[in-house]
Design a protein around this ligand. Structure first.
Ligand SMILES: Nc1ncnc2c1ncn2[C@@H]1O[C@H](COP(=O)(O)OP(=O)(O)O)[C@@H](O)[C@H]1O
Ligand SMILES: [Mg+2]
Length: 224
């Protein structure tokens, strides 16, 4: 039989719109993301949702763009001290649920999967310390010119990263939504066009979280 990593229903830790997220069965520092069958994904009537139904290949294009962005950022910053604001991606592996993308696991000190910005907003548990971590990530997204097209609150995860030598400090990691997914790749045209896009994405993130966005200092703050 061909090799496929066995993913168990009990290791399913999150489901997004597109992907189901499993604990890696052999490596506690990693997750495996598999595409959910299109029929199970919620029907979305925004542009991306309609394109997904009309053209299933757009789903695959998005994944390709995400990977391409990860490669672009990492190859531009190959030094050992580079502190990437986006989740590490370690390639693909066959699994019993289909092709899976091996990703780093952002986790709480107890080992449980990290909480998203969206979950913290819903639970009303965002503190100034979380905002500081979010702002640190946002500043690195701007500094490294990362094409973050979908800054959805559920795509930012708070927690520790562990490269095998032990967990680091808590941080906020963009785990999804990077890559220039637009039909006309304006974000990739120039650094200034990506900055305009990032400004828009931050404004939208503020609307979706109830946070204040300060365009001059490029920082979020808790509402007064
Ligand atoms: N690297 C990660 N570390 C911790 N949790 C993650 C990670 N990646 C994804 N998740 C969790 O899984 C959910 C869905 O993953 P995501 O990559 O956003 O899939 P989708 O493409 O379906 O939106 C996220 O909202 C988050 O809760
Ligand atoms: Mg997502």
């Amino acid at each position: 039989m061909a090799f496929a990593l066995a993913l168990l229903a009990t290791d399913l830790v999150a489901t997004g719109v597109q992907r189901a997220v499993y604990l890696h069965p052999l490596d506690r520092t990693k997750l495996i993301k598999v595409l959910r069958p299109a029929s199970l994904s919620p029907k979305r009537n925004n542009f991306n949702g309609i394109m997904d139904r009309l053209l299933p290949s757009t789903r695959l294009r998005q994944i390709q763009k995400e990977y391409a962005e990860y490669l672009r950022i990492m190859l531009r910053n190959p030094g050992p001290d580079f502190h990437t604001p986006i989740a590490h991606m370690f390639g693909f592996t066959p699994t019993t649920e289909g092709l899976g993308c091996v990703t780093e696991r952002v986790m709480q000190p107890g080992g449980q999967i990290g909480e998203t910005l969206g979950a913290k907003v819903r639970a009303n548990s965002l503190t100034q310390a979380h905002i500081d971590l979010l702002n640190d990530t946002i500043s690195r997204i701007y500094a490294y010119d990362i094409r973050a097209s979908d800054m959805n609150p559920n795509n930012f995860v708070f927690g520790q990263r562990d490269n095998g030598t032990g967990p680091g400090d808590e941080e906020c990691v963009l785990v999804d939504g990077f890559g220039d997914i637009h039909a006309i790749p304006v974000r990739s045209m120039a650094r200034w066009s990506n900055r305009l896009g990032l400004n828009d994405s931050c404004k939208r993130l503020a609307r979706n979280t109830g946070l204040n966005w300060h365009p001059k200092s490029q920082e979020f703050s808790l509402p007064a």
